[in-house]
Design a protein around this ligand. Structure first.
Ligand SMILES: C[S@@+](CC[C@H](N)C(=O)[O-])C[C@H]1O[C@@H](n2cnc3c(N)ncnc32)[C@H](O)[C@@H]1O
Length: 321
């Protein structure tokens, strides 16, 4: 097996690596994470909060293990991946589960319409994508305004007490155990370890998410930060102004400036006590402005129902991702 170059992560190298490990992928995961992957999946599914009737995209879905967990909540899912081997394995395992559809798709050029999913998720896949920021933009594009995106990915344990032994485990122990289960897998897990070492930390990934257009981005660490769960929301549409000025229209003519009439000597009048009346012009100006305001408010209500407050602060273990 050719180990993909972590600098380029060529699509053909990455997909064929996963094609080869696909039959034993889930078993290797369980062994290498000492079963923690199952707990991480539960946390990821809870953060996504799938419900009956929702349409969820799982990107880089592999054999569809997370899609199956999502389907248990009654949501239908598209499990998208660009490794035919992983997709084939997934189709076999989840045959008969009508809520999961396996689709061949590259995360950086998704074959789905804008706003076509209620939510999207990606687990341990973003790190393997050659252009992860493009994949984030694609997720933002296909998820409806207000929809949520959840990312589970290996990350940087904040404590050195965890970081150092975990680094040694990844470098020396992990590929050996994987190699015992499947000889080819040793190379794959060397690559996976390198890709984890080069992956941005929690704060940096949160920044990428905000730059891709997500709002209310937050993350929390799982198992001392070995894995981090990030979540963000696709902003609701910004209300358009009710009246759009036509930039091409000729500028309105300025009213001719009236010369002030020559001052006549003021004739003394008796003081009238009647209440001052608004001139017809002033009256019409008042009513136009009132109805104009109402129109703008109404249109704002229609286009942006109760937009949630944006809090872009991302703290370690912050948020409810
Ligand atoms: C480590 S596996 C994770 C599989 C699954 N999400 C899980 O939680 O077990 C990474 C997956 O990402 C997929 N992948 C990597 N780059 C991709 C891309 N650009 N488009 C689609 N899938 C991609 C691989 O084919 C592989 O199945």
């Amino acid at each position: 097996m050719t180990r993909p170059d972590t600098a380029t992560k060529l699509a053909t190298d990455v997909s064929s690596m996963f094609d080869e490990v696909s039959p034993r992928y889930d078993l290797i995961n369980d062994v290498l994470t000492v079963g923690n992957d199952r707990l991480w999946r539960i946390a990821t599914t809870n953060a996504l909060a799938p419900r009956k009737g929702m349409r969820v995209l799982e990107l880089a879905a592999g054999t569809g293990t997370s899609s199956a967990a999502i389907a248990k909540h009654g949501a239908s899912g598209v499990a998208a991946d660009f490794s035919e081997g992983m997709l084939e394995e997934g189709r076999k395992r989840h045959a008969g589960n009508e809520l999961i559809e396996f689709v061949f798709a590259d995360a950086t050029a998704l074959p789905f319409d804008d706003n076509s999913f209620d939510a999207a998720t990606i687990s341990y896949g973003l790190r393997n994508v050659s252009d992860p920021r493009k994949a984030l933009e694609e997720m933002r594009r296909v998820v409806k305004p207000g929809g949520r995106v959840v990312i589970a990915e290996f990350s940087t344990p904040p404590s050195q007490l965890v970081r150092v032994p975990y680094g040694l485990y990844g470098k020396y122990v992990l590929p050996r155990i994987a190699g015992v289960i499947n000889r080819d897998a040793a190379e794959a897990y060397k690559y996976l370890n390198e890709s984890i070492e080069q992956w941005p930390n929690q704060r940096e990934l949160a920044r990428w998410m905000r730059e891709a257009g997500f709002e209310r981005v937050a993350y929390r660490n799982l198992t001392f930060g070995i894995v981090a769960l990030h979540r963000g929301f696709v902003p609701r549409e910004v209300p358009k102004p009710a009246v759009v000025a036509d930039a091409t229209a000729p500028a309105p003519k300025k009213p001719a400036v009236k010369k002030p009439a020559a001052k006549k000597p003021a004739a003394k009048k008796p003081v009238a006590k009647a209440a001052p009346k608004a001139s017809p012009a002033a009256k019409s100006a008042t009513s136009t402005s009132k109805s104009g305001t109402a129109a703008v408010k109404k249109s704002a209500k229609q286009t942006a129902p109760a937009a949630p407050k944006q809090t872009n602060t991302v703290k370690p273990n912050a948020g409810d991702a």
